[in-house]
Design a protein around this ligand. Structure first.
Ligand code: NAG
Ligand code: NAG
Length: 498
């Protein structure tokens, strides 16, 4: 896809801007200017992808909706009254075409972490068309030496009163794709056009659902008591984009958010069923790279070499005993070696071998102790074989994603059940996947929901796992995700202000 020069300019500005470390909310500044009056993001919105807005937006016949929401906030009913369910469902379903268009456009243009320029432009264009104010430049890549890309494509938008003395909550969606060659069948017309990149983790759906929620919340803005902060975050797939946004002031800018909600489409759960649990739901995760250096030489004379392939193989095997022999059987952990690269001939013992992999655990303490054990095993094994070894970790390990038990008990479990297909919240065991929503949940009470999508009635099978090259979204769950966001936002604000 063609990149407009304006978008490249945005990227450059976001990176070079001196205020990049403390990106302030520029709500009062003129569009396209930061508080110092410096032009920042100049996007020619006409040049970006075409978008189609929900029809009700053009009609703007929103007065009855506002009345309902006003009654909800003003009335004596509690945060769980049924009042809103129907109208929000209606509004979410009414956005069907908009949701499908948006999701397919995003799906066609996947971009990997810290390179989400077109995705960001698309979101900005949509928000702008909805007359929602936002700031850009969030999630600058602080480790360009380790992860390519300048970053700065995150977007934050506030809907509501924007008053520091009224509650503020966060709704979050991630935006980045994966370096996977798409193999999904039956999606002609919106296949990935960026070869080797794919929305194989549903972030196109997450972004779409948050945009859908934004359009509904904007329609109700006049009667919302408090502020809903929309967090469009880049670099979820290992780039710690959420951590960057927190460092840049996401949680400390007034009005300070006091709760946060996120969700993920989940292929192993039936479509429309919502699942979550109190406490830890997703694992702490770390990535490692191990470079084993030996002495190369002729394959016929191994005694004159120090063979890094044999050493690295030994490392892989020894790492397998870590979980079995050093972790309490009652705790959970994973050490997986996922890449093994060495040599390029039949008859040459290479000089080095490269391993990559991941360590996961349900607590940060276990993760760090496993990391120490990995280091010990790797060094000792390399020593035994006479090789040198260096171990490098990711710039930021992910903490576990922990659902605040009080928020869960007093709020999230009931709202989740209301929106789940059969009126029941599915209880699940934690999974060893990592999620950088964990950085947010570490700072303020939060709930992360899994939205089932594994049993689509049409289109390709939707029960392939996340990150699978055949992964496919059940698009019929998009309105439900939208409704979940809107219900969470309005009901959380109601509960917080009463
Ligand atoms: C909004 O919240 C404020 C307190 O923050 C309260 O005084 C006011 O009555 C609320 N408005 C509605 C419509 O509930
Ligand atoms: C390991 O490192 C030491 C110190 O730099 C060096 O002298 C030695 O040759 C290295 N051995 C291998 C197998 O690379």
């Amino acid at each position: 896809m063609k990149l407009s020069p304006a978008i490249v300019f945005l990227a450059a500005c976001a990176y070079l801007s001196p205020s990049a470390n403390a990106l302030p909310f520029k709500r009062n500044a003129k569009d396209g200017e930061d508080e110092a009056g410096v032009a920042e993001a100049v996007i020619d919105y006409e040049e970006v992808l075409e978008i189609r807005l929900p029809s009700s937006f053009e009609k703007l016949g929103g007065s009855y909706r506002n009345e309902i929401v006003e009654n909800f906030f003003g009335g004596t009913g509690d945060a769980f009254s049924d009042d809103l369910l129907e109208v929000i469902d209606h509004l979410a379903n009414e956005r069907h075409d908009f949701l499908i268009d948006t999701r397919r456009n995003l799906h066609r243009h996947p971009e990997v972490m810290y390179n989400e320029h077109d995705t960001s432009a698309y979101i900005q264009k949509t928000l702008k068309a909805m007359d929602i104010k936002f700031t850009t430049g969030w999630a600058v890549n602080t480790h360009p030496d380790r992860i390519p890309g300048k970053g700065g494509y995150g977007i934050v938008a506030d809907i509501g009163t924007h008053r520091a003395d009224e509650p503020c909550i966060i709704l979050r969606a991630d935006m980045d794709a994966l370096p996977i060659l798409e193999k999904t069948q039956g999606i002609d017309g919106f296949k990935s056009e960026n070869e080797g990149e794919m929305h194989a983790c549903g972030h196109d759906a997450h972004t779409t659902m948050l945009l859908g929620a934004a359009s509904i919340l904007k329609e109700m803005e006049d009667s919302i008591n408090g502020t809903v902060r929309l967090m469009f975050q880049p670099a979820e797939e290992g780039g710690a984009g959420a951590k960057r946004m927190i460092e840049e002031g996401l949680l400390t800018t007034d009005p300070k958010p006091v709760q946060a909600f996120g969700m993920h489409v989940w292929p192993s759960i039936p479509s429309g069923t919502i699942a979550t649990r109190p406490g830890t739901i997703l694992a702490a995760a770390e990535m490692f790279e191990i470079l084993v250096s030996g002495v190369g030489g002729h394959a016929a004379m191994p005694h004159l070499t120090i063979d890094p392939i044999v050493t690295a193989s030994s490392i892989v095997m020894n790492l397998q005993t870590l979980i079995a022999r050093t972790l309490s059987p009652l705790e959970s952990g994973v050490v997986s070696v996922t890449k093994f690269e060495a040599g390029d001939a039949f008859n040459v013992i290479p000089a080095s071998a490269l391993l990559r992999g991941t360590i996961r655990a349900l607590t940060t303490e276990t993760l760090l102790s496993l990391r120490d054990r990995v280091e010990h095993v790797v060094t000792a094994t390399a020593n035994t074989h006479g090789c040198n070894v260096t171990i490098t970790y990711s710039a930021d390990y992910y903490p576990p994603t922990v659902n605040d038990p009080t928020l869960f008990e007093e709020f999230s479990k009931d709202v989740g059940a209301m929106l789940s297909k059969d009126g029941k919240l599915l209880d699940i065991v934690p999974t060893m996947g990592g999620e950088d929503f964990g950085f947010v949940a570490e700072k303020i009470p939060a709930t992360f929901f899994l939205l089932g999508q594994g049993t689509a009635h049409t289109g390709p099978p939707t029960n392939y796992g996340l990150h699978h090259p055949h992964f496919a979204l059940d698009e019929s769950v998009l309105p439900r995700g939208v409704a979940l966001h809107v219900n969470l936002a309005l009901r959380a604000l109601k509960k917080l202000s009463s």
